[in-house]
Structures are given as C-alpha cells and as structure tokens.
Ligand binder design. Structure first.
Ligand code: A3D
Length: 320
C-alpha cells in the first residue's frame, strides 16, 4: 500500500516541527510548502538527512508550488504570521485572511480530497475562511486549538497533583482565545472529576481557578518568553494527533474547531467542541450538557468568534 501523503502549508516553526513528527511517527511522505524560496527545501533536506539516524522511511520534499500538494491525504495549514508580545491573536486577521484565501484556492485546485487542519490564528475565523475559500466539505476542514488548550490544562493539572500527565483528562470548549472555556466538571484524574478532587483535599478552588486562567493565557505565556514568535512544539504535536486519528481511522474524541450546524444552538460558524475524528473527517460532534455558568461562558466565546467572522466578511465580502 502506498504511503500517505501529508502536505504542510507553511514551513515555519510549526511547519518544520510537523514535518519532523510526521517522519518520526512514520505517518507518510511530506511535502513542505512555503512562499519563501529555499526554506521549505532546506528544512525538507535537513529532515531527510536525519531519517537514517532515526530509522524512518519517508520522502520529504520542499516546494513553493501548490502543484506538489496533488493527491495529499492530509494538509496542515500554518501559513501566515504569528503574534508578537503585546499582540492578540485577533490582530493577525488582516494579514492572515489574505493568506487563507490563497491557500484555500491552492487546496481546492490540487488537494480537494484532503483532510485539512488549520492552525493559523485567529484560529476559529481562519478555519472558517479556509473552508469558505476552499469550498471543501465542512467535515473535512477543522481547526486545531482544543487539543492544545486541553493539553496545557492537563499538564498544569498533572503538575499540581504530582501525577502522570497520562492519567489527567481535560476538557476545553469554545473559541481559541481569551474566552476559551476550560470545563473543570468534565476534567478528571483517572476518572475522578476535579470538583471531587477539591472535596478530597487534593487542591483548592482558588488553585484551580489559577490553573484555568493560566490555561487561557497559555499561548501568551509562551509568546512572552520567546519574544520572537509563538508556541510551536505543543501546537505541532496536537495537530499530529488529529492527523493520526484521521489517517488511522482511530475515531479519537478530540476537541477541535468544527463547523456547527445547530449543535449547541450555533449554526454555520466554527467553534471548539468535542468531535470524533476518523476516516470520514469530523464524524460526529459530541453535544454535552452545560450548566448555566458554562453556557454563559460558551455563549460569550461564540459571540467573540462571530465578531471575528463579521470582521472577515467586511475585509473579504466574497467569503460566505
Ligand atoms: P512562522 O514560523 O512565522 O511560520 C509561518 C510560515 O508561513 C512562514 O514560514 C511564512 O513564510 C509562511 N507564509 C506566510 N505567508 C504564506 C503564504 N501566503 N503561503 C504559504 N506560506 C506562507 O509561524 P508559526 O509556524 O510559529 O505559526 C504559524 C501560525 O500558527 C501563526 O498564525 C500562529 O499564530 C498560529 N498558531 C496557532 C496556534 C493555535 O493553537 C491555533 C498555536 C500556535 C501558533
């Protein structure tokens, strides 16, 4: 059976890390695309030269031509600009929207059958723009944010409790931004919900509130430390988990930005919700019950995403 083909649009910090992970996990052959001539070619060759040491077989090609994406099974999009200290994700909208229009057209032409994962910020608006401009089915175009946000939440919780990250599950809903909704009620250590762990004396509400806030600010914390870009290892690992679930039809339950069609009372926009990712792309959207305060936070997040999409429509009225 032929190896899968994975197209990576954007060969920057995340794109390069994605290519490395695809190789190490032997998920398939890689085409690394960027508009900056030499960078995708250089990174692809450098990574190919690591393959004998790490023992993986994959063809790695760098390119500045969309044609090379032809027949890709998965396309992961990181093209655009990341934020700098002091910027919000929303400040990137003008530049990155134009990039999504170009990338969407390239995917529509050369990889219309692909499962497309968008990482470019502001995520919920950019994945919407990518779906609109590519015209691919909504279940084949998703945004990566929830896997990363919940991974950050899990890591902070594991640190707080002194337990393995493997035994902590966490749940984050809503848009990827300051209004994301980490749900403590649905987050557990080995199945024990966080509110019970407070009762058991493992932590306090105040500490949990701090962890929730640190999760919301997780991206900004890294931007503040790096000063010249944003997080890339954890975002790349998160998108790879989504790609792997699709390629291997694992049907993992992963929080992703998916287009809603009435679920949670929302229609036609992308918001972070639990999904089942398998060979059909987003095969199911899991609708959980929210209590009054969770609902209020979720609605606030949805409204923030709606505002961003309105801003996109003003800049590019040709999009839906
Ligand atoms: P960076 O290292 O700057 O890489 C972006 C790459 O995109 C650069 O190599 C550019 O040359 C390339 N590029 C720019 N315009 C185009 C174009 N029109 N076509 C093709 N390539 C182009 O950034 P990065 O890899 O650190 O981050 C990429 C994106 O991911 C940014 O928008 C970040 O804000 C975003 N990001 C999202 C998350 C989420 O959780 C959603 C996390 C971290 C970063």
């Amino acid at each position: 059976m032929a190896r899968s083909k994975i197209g990576l649009v954007g060969a920057g910090q995340i794109g390069g890390t994605l290519a490395h992970l695809v190789g190490l996990k032997e998920l398939g052959d890689v085409v690394l695309f960027d508009i900056v001539d030499g960078v995708p070619q250089g990174k692809a060759l450098d990574l190919a030269e690591s393959s004998p040491v790490d023992g993986f077989d994959a063809a790695l090609k760098g390119t500045s031509s969309y044609e090379d994406l032809a027949g890709a099974d998965v396309v992961i999009v990181t093209a655009g600009v990341p934020r700098k200290p002091g910027m919000s994700r929303d400040d990137l909208i003008g530049v990155n929207l134009k990039v999504m229009e170009q990338v969407g057209a390239g995917i529509a032409k050369f990889a219309p059958e692909a499962f497309v994962i968008c990482i470019t910020n502001p995520l919920d608006a950019m994945v919407w723009a990518l779906q609109q401009s590519s015209g691919l089915k909504p279940e084949k175009v998703v945004g990566m944010a929830g896997v990363l946000d919940s991974s950050r939440f899990r890591y902070f919780l594991a640190q707080e409790f002194g337990v393995s990250v493997e035994d902590v599950t966490a749940f984050v809903l809503g848009g990827h931004g300051d209004t994301m909704v980490p749900l403590t009620r649905y987050s557990t250590v080995a199945g024990i919900p966080l509110p019970d762990l407070i009762k058991m004396g493992w932590t306090t509400q105040a500490k949990l509130d701090q962890i929730v806030q640190r999760t919301r600010d997780g991206g900004a914390e890294i931007v503040g430390l790096l000063k010249t870009g944003s997080a890339f290892y954890a975002p790349a690992a998160s998108a790879i988990a989504m790609a792997e679930s699709y390629l291997k039809d694992k049907k993992r339950v992963l929080p992703c930005a998916a287009q809603l069609t009435g679920q949670y009372g929302v229609d036609g926009i992308y918001v972070g919700v639990p999904t089942v990712i398998g060979a059909g792309g987003v095969e199911r959207i899991v609708e959980i019950e929210l209590d009054r305060s969770e609902r209020a936070e979720f609605d606030k997040s949805v409204n923030a995403v709606k505002g961003l999409i309105e801003a996109c429509r003003k800049i590019a009225p040709n999009l839906g």
